[in-house]
Each structure stands twice: as C-alpha cells, then as structure tokens.
Write a protein that binds this ligand. Sequence first.
Ligand code: PMP
Length: 297
Amino acid sequence: MAYYNEHTILYLNGEFVKASEAKTDFYSQSLHYGYAVFEGIRSYRTASGATKIFKAEAHFDRLRRSALALNMPYTYSSLALEEATYELLRLNNLQDAYIRPLVYAPANMSFNLNKESFIAIEVWEMAPFLGDKLLRVMTSGFQRPNPRGFRIEAKATGHYVNSILASQEAKAAGFDEALLTDMNGQVAEGPGANVFFEKDGKLFTPPAGNILPGITRATVKEICLELGIEVEEKLFSVEELKGADAAFFCGTAAEVIGWDSLDESVFPIKWNETVSRRIQLAYGNLVKEKQELPQLA
Ligand code: PMP
C-alpha cells in the first residue's frame, strides 16, 4: 500500500512539510535501538459529515506517558498536537484516516539520555471498516515481553519486533492473526490489539500488567456498561478461551473484530447472535457519532 505520494504533507517538529522531502537522522538512537514511542489513532467522517478524531485526548495523553516512561524529553501539549492533526487532515484532504504520531530520539549511539526529542505525525487513508470477516487465530509460539524487562504499558517501537515476529509466524502457518500469551503462559493480547471472550453473555479480558491496555478496550468496557453487559478482568488460559462462546480482538485499527476460531477450534455461537456483535455495532456507531441503537443483523 502507498502511504504517501508526492502531494502528501506530514507534520514535522511544528511544521507542515512534504512527506517526500522530509528528512530524518540515520544516526538516531530510535532507528538503531527501537527507542521511540508512537500512537495509532483514527479519524472518521461522522454522521454529520464532519471529521472527528476518535478519543484524540486519550491518545495524545498516552503518547506523553509512553515518552516519559522511556525517559524521553516531552514538551508537546496534547491540545496543540490535536489541533495540528486536524490541520494535517485538512491539508491532506482526509476524513477516514489513520494517524501515526511518532516521537523519536536525536543522533546518539550511546545509551545515554537525550536533551531533546523530535515528533512527526503522518496520516493516510483508512478504508471504512466492514467487520464481516471473522479471524482464524493461532496461539503464538512467542510470548509478550516480560514486563520487568520493558515498560510494557508504553507504546514503544521496540516492542513491536515481538508483534511482527508473532504476526508473521501466524500468517506463515496460514492463519489471519496471532494470539500471544504472557511470560506465565496466560492469555495476553494480539500483536496490535486486545482480546475479549464471551461466555454465557458475559465478557472477560486480561487485566493490565502484561498488556498494552488499549483505548478501544476501555471504550468496549464503557459500551458494556451502557448496554448492561457484564465485564470481568481476569487472567485466563488458552484452554479456557477455547471453551468460550465467542471472542474478538479490539484496537484502534482493528476496531472490534470477531474470531472464527482459535487454533482451528471454532467458536460455537454464530457471530451475529453474540453480545460481542452488539458491541461491534455499538462501537461502529460511536466512532461515527451515529445516534441509533445497535440492531442485531
Ligand atoms: N495491544 C497492542 C500490543 C497494540 O499495539 C494495540 C494498538 N495500539 C492495542 C493493544 C490496542 O490499543 P488501542 O485500543 O489503544 O489502539
């Protein structure tokens, strides 16, 4: 996919510049050691026709927390970055977009602290979500990083080597996506999404500690509260997950996406008849600011 062309504009350290002309530093600590933090955000063309960045403040606040967790200098205000992003969307003529802020380090081949950080924000078109294809998921041979070895709650670029390995392994084996366990073998999350399962109309998801506790995960919990669906955070095994009625991944890019099977063990309830499907529909309405209540297909 083409992320940019000769007309694309990106935001770079306070300026709007052509993506094809923007420069970065080959001596950056970020490039050599995976020492950078980023966000994955989406904007939507809402029911009124306006462009809305979904949960912008929560994402830019997490960017700040991620940078501070990695001891990176961080001087940007969430509001200023949000305003710059709206301007960037306008300059690139985008409404349904993926937004990728990246905070990176200057030239530094040592492991020492830096005096400054740099920021880029890139945007590209994101096709509206369809949500009808269910995923065939494989339990990965890779575990999520040990939280005593990383700031696992930070969205740091280096963590994504783990995600890439797991996702590539699953796809090479003919599956759509991987499910990773934590260092104790309990279910953790996907390479780029959190996991929920449904049993007897109730939802379960792993607690914070070994995962990136996503903004979509928090939104799903809010939707459950509104719809009167019970949610419990607890640790659970792959075996328990295989005994579920249904399961789904959720994340900014993935939105809410149901599973067909885990390790070829198919979930028994038809996706359209699950409470998870109601949550998927409610999420779709929420991001587009549609008022109507979710209807089951
Ligand atoms: N876990 C991981 C490892 C992720 O990369 C993501 C995507 N940011 C998520 C969970 C979901 O987070 P969010 O809902 O904030 O996008």
